[in-house]
Design a protein around this ligand. Structure first.
Ligand SMILES: CC(C)(COP(=O)(O)OP(=O)(O)OC[C@H]1O[C@@H](n2cnc3c(N)ncnc32)[C@H](O)[C@@H]1OP(=O)(O)O)[C@@H](O)C(=O)NCCC(=O)NCCS
Length: 174
């Protein structure tokens, strides 16, 4: 598995992943076929990712973020995003890095590896430590963060959220 920037060459497998996410219940971590249903939507989406990475046309209250795609056997398996800086809302929930693996590719170690591979990108963006949040009930996500050196700071209750949010920090050694 490797990370690559969003690219139209992954159209087919990306759309398969979108269908899988749509069938696996609501998630705020990945677009579904309600948002992306055809090639034009897909091309808009990757253009939007590029704009966001470069800080172009950001919606009010949004910070630039870099999307990287998990690719195995030349196919799209999931995505990981790095917000370039924190704002108060992201300090409470969201943090610097978020990720999602398509349902058919889970439990193969891809998210753990993707976070490992994404950390140098975040360092390159100038971050000296990285905040990652997850719900306390998201055991897989907590394992992924801890496997990459995450240290639990605290658990907070965010208003309107069904579960406690755990906040972990990964600090770079150099
Ligand atoms: C959470 C998610 C990213 C995990 O992706 P993944 O590629 O399956 O994760 P990995 O294969 O790297 O597994 C990491 C660890 O979690 C465990 N794990 C994975 N899925 C699990 C599950 N459903 N229940 C319990 N443990 C699980 C793995 O066994 C592994 O544990 P180990 O290190 O002890 O072997 C994926 O389930 C997903 O996309 N979920 C929806 C979006 C989401 O929750 N994103 C994170 C937001 S904070």
């Amino acid at each position: 598995m490797l990370l690559d920037y969003p690219d139209k060459k992954y159209f087919e497998s990306f759309m398969e992943a979108v269908a899988e996410f749509s069938n696996s219940g609501p998630t705020e971590h990945h677009p579904t076929s309600e948002e992306i249903s055809n090639r034009a939507d897909f091309l808009n989406y990757i253009q939007n990712m590029e704009d966001r990475r470069l800080g172009r046309n950001l919606k009010p209250g949004y910070v630039p973020d870099t999307y990287l795609w998990m690719i195995a056997d030349s196919k799209y398996c999931g995505q990981i995003s790095i917000r370039h800086r924190l704002i108060p809302a992201l300090e409470q929930f969201g943090g610097h890095i978020g990720y999602a693996v398509r349902p058919s590719e889970r439990r193969k170690g891809y998210a753990t590896k993707a976070l490992e591979l994404a950390l140098p990108y975040a360092r390159e963006l100038g971050l000296r430590k990285v905040l990652i949040t997850c719900y306390k009930s998201n055991i897989a996500s907590a394992k992924i963060i801890i496997a990459n050196g995450g240290v639990l700071q605290d658990e907070i209750q965010n208003e309107g959220h069904h579960d406690l949010t755990q906040r972990y920090w990964i600090t770079y050694r150099i």
